[in-house]
Write a protein that binds this ligand. Structure first.
Ligand code: ATP
Ligand code: MG
Ligand code: FE
Length: 334
């Protein structure tokens, strides 16, 4: 199966060609990070305009680099949602036009299933598995009993993990996106500040990061008011430690509860070095196989959308030319 995928849900314009759901033939990504940085975050209108600017360039690059022609393809997959509506629409409309022009089936993909399937570039998935999805907009524990089956066992009640990283970074005066900045800063700090960890009710697989975020903001505010100097490295390390602690313990709780054969970590925050280290150690201790994508496949790309789209294609999922972007798409429908 040869699939061309398109991804424009947020601030990466991406196109990729993937074979059999796991062999990357090409992976073109145009990131808008530098454009949004001066605004301190993604500006939706600006993102849409740049997607329009880059989409045909990325598709051409992906097709050329893969060295395939349109008649070699089995289908075109596209991120239907969730994401920014104006951003999604650029990819959806490009995919519809290409599918129509070349007489190819159109396969809708849920963005988060893409993040999960980025792990298939590392190794074959073993079911049942639990996937910890930690990205800019999501924090979820997803149980998969087979390919293309997604059950959300826990989710965040307020902020997503990546969102917390970005907000805390901002309060420390660091540029957008804050996750990598905190990661870097934390390497020179010590986790000496006792920030809270939200465990919620006994046995809960849900998450909450807004209390932690407020605790960091209060700490900074109080220190400044008292004229005490703040060691930003220690704040970053302590915050990161608190996030990792909760993510790792809840993932292990889920892994044991559902007796999984594999743990996956997915989404932008899976690039975090502390999360990767702690998760690896915890999984090793329990002898549960752990998979985390290489750094470049942790954040948004179209190869992961093609990988998930291949499963959708084989399941017979199809969209017609009335396909619309869906900002709040549910993963259970995929
Ligand atoms: P979603 O996938 O939920 O729709 P998104 O696509 O915007 O949201 P991703 O691209 O998966 O999110 O990830 C971006 C997020 O990952 C940002 O919040 C960013 O700060 C965070 N991130 C990236 N690298 C790191 C890192 N090394 N440590 C912590 N967070 C990181
Ligand atoms: Mg992004
Ligand atoms: Fe994403």
């Amino acid at each position: 199966t040869l699939i061309l995928a398109i991804e424009t849900s947020c601030d990466e314009t991406a196109a990729a060609v993937v074979e059999n759901g796991k062999i990357i033939r090409s992976n073109a990504v145009a990131s808008q990070i530098d454009i949004h940085r001066r605004f301190g975050g993604v500006v939706p209108e600006v993102a849409s305009r740049h997607h329009v600017d880059q989409i045909t360039v990325m598709v051409e690059e992906a097709m050329n680099e893969a060295g395939v022609s349109w008649s070699d393809l089995d289908a075109i997959a596209v991120t239907q949602g969730p994401g920014l509506i104006g951003a999604l629409l650029v990819g959806v409309n490009a995919a519809k036009a290409l599918a129509f022009a070349h007489g190819l089936p159109l396969v809708p993909v849920h963005h988060i299933t893409g993040h999960i399937y980025a792990n298939r570039f590392v190794t074959e998935l073993q079911f049942p598995l639990i996937a910890l999805v930690v990205s800019g907009g999501h924090t979820e524990l997803v149980l998969m009993r087979t390919h293309g089956s997604y059950e959300v066992m826990g989710t965040t009640r307020d902020d997503a993990a990546g969102e917390a990283f970005d907000k805390v970074a901002r309060s420390l005066g660091l540029p957008y996106p804050g996750g990598p900045e905190i990661d870097r800063l934390a390497k020179n700090g010590k986790a000496v500040i006792d920030f809270p960890r939200a465990w919620l009710e006994e046995g809960s697989l849900d998450f909450s990061f807004s209390g932690l975020k407020s605790a960091v903001l209060n700490y900074l505010h109080n220190s400044r008011q008292r004229g005490q100097s703040v060691k930003a490295e220690d704040v970053a390390a302590s915050f990161q430690e608190s996030v990792s602690d909760v993510l790792v313990k809840k993932t292990m709780m889920a892994a044991e509860r559902f007796q999984v054969h594999q743990i996956l970590v997915a989404g932008g925050v899976s690039a975090n070095s502390n999360v990767r280290q702690k998760m690896t150690a915890a999984a090793n201790r329990r002898s549960i196989p752990l998979v985390i994508p290489p750094l470049k496949y942790c954040t948004d790309n179209a190869a992961m959308i093609a990988a998930a789209g291949t499963i959708g294609y084989l399941k017979g999922m199809r969209a017609d030319l009335s396909l619309n972007g869906s900002p709040n798409l549910a993963i259970e429908d995929f």
